[in-house]
Design a protein around this ligand. Structure first.
Ligand code: ATP
Ligand code: MG
Length: 167
């Protein structure tokens, strides 16, 4: 069976005018269901770059990223956006919560963007907030208190595919 996530020979360059910054040089990686992995290394080595590529946020310059054997970047942009919304969770260093909304509303946002009915999105959000121990704070504004936990709950993928933390 194909791994859950696989990167094969991934290269990534950024261009600063004429200057190429070749960050990833043939990075390969695979992750099986239920496996956990940490990416460690000195600042500037390319950790975020790699996570952005395997998280399908940014295409590689060369190489492939596969989810259960399917080449992610061969999908149409729309299909890939739907897949990302439904199957991948991101926990960013900065939480990107919307301060004018409650914890429940923030956590329901990905479901609403995915055009789920409000009741279903909110039921799922309630469940996710309970998992991170915030079931008693659904109506708290997201501006204060432990923001990383509501942020985490908004990023738990609906179908539980995989989750990345990026900084
Ligand atoms: N959008 C960009 N344009 C140009 N260069 C970039 C861009 N993003 C990252 N870089 C460069 O690519 C290299 C890798 O950056 P990256 O952010 O992936 O490192 P990192 O390992 O995550 O570092 P840190 O531990 O500080 O978060 C760095 O030299 C950085 O300056
Ligand atoms: Mg980083």
């Amino acid at each position: 069976m194909a791994p859950l996530v696989e990167a094969r020979g991934v290269h990534k360059s950024y261009w600063l005018g004429e200057k190429e910054i070749h960050v990833l040089r043939g990075a390969s990686f695979s992750l099986e269901p239920g496996e956990m992995a940490s990416l460690v290394g000195p600042s500037g080595v390319g950790k975020s770059t790699f996570l952005h590529v395997i998280g399908t946020l940014d295409p590689p310059t060369a190489g492939t990223v596969l989810f259960e054997g399917q080449d992610a970047f061969s999908m149409s942009e729309e299909h890939l956006a739907g897949f990302r919304n439904n199957s991948i969770g991101f926990v960013f260093q900065f939480h990107y919560l919307l301060p004018e909304f409650t914890a429940l509303q923030n956590a329901a946002m990905p479901g609403l963007i995915h055009r789920q009915p409000r009741e279903k999105a909110e039921a799922q959000a309630r469940e996710m907030l309970e998992i991170v121990g915030l079931g008693d704070r659904l109506d708290h504004r997201a501006c204060c208190s432990p923001t990383s936990r509501p942020a985490t709950s908004t990023r738990l993928p609906a179908k539980g595919f995989t989750r990345f933390s990026a900084s």
